[in-house]
Design a protein around this ligand. Sequence first.
Ligand SMILES: [Zn+2]
Length: 285
Amino acid sequence: MPRLSEVIAALDALWPPSRAEEWDAVGTVCGDPDAEVARVLFAVDPVQEVVDEAVELGADLLVTHHPLYLRGTTTVSAGTFKGRAVHTLIKNDIALHVAHTNADTADPGVSDALAGALDLRITGPLVPDPTDPQGRRGLGRICELDRPETLREFAARAAARLPRTAQGIRVAGDPDMTVRTAAVSGGSGDSLFAQVRAAGVDVFLTADLRHHPASEAREQSPLALVDAAHWATEWPWCEQAAAQLDAVSERHGWGLRTHVSRKVTDPWTAHAPSATSPTTPGAPN
Ligand SMILES: [Zn+2]
């Protein structure tokens, strides 16, 4: 059975912490480097529900995409929700490890998993990492579709292939327009509009698009937008990451058991369709 330090060395080889953004907080949050690891759970968010799942599963290591602590902290008191997660983890001998922006830009990374979930053919990164001589790493991915389809069909594909959330899929653009190329970026993507427009793709699939950046992008180009829940765009990475660790485990004869959390930790839990009263702006006459 491998020790935590060996498993973490393998995770760091997949997603080197040095490639994380400067503001990010990746790496091991808690855990004894000498502890043995048999079972690993992958999830997007290190929230209590997921920590409890790790306990129930008997996991020794929880690997999440989002950091638990992003800024400096002076307390891990169980009276705070993050401190409670830390207490639960340590009491149950479960380590927590985070791979965030270092997983975003990896090859394969978060956006490869998103593109893979929709069966899109990747042609390269949206924002290439200048330190990668092969030009395969970077933020987001530019993709081609095997055959052109309408925006309506593309959105339906995203709705069918990504995990179900209360938000579902939001679309901006003519539903009958033809989609041949796409840019995809797991998580919040509205800082990438300039690069998406420069790529000249038909549609941008991402999450958390805000009113003004989305509105300006629509005014400036015919680019269509497909906005899924943040959690849903990053969840496919968990399956990809678990498969990557499985391959390492097999190579070393570690016999690790990996699991992917299916708990929907998107914070939005319900969706109310707008009213259709004739006095409501935007209602059909
Ligand atoms: Zn995210």
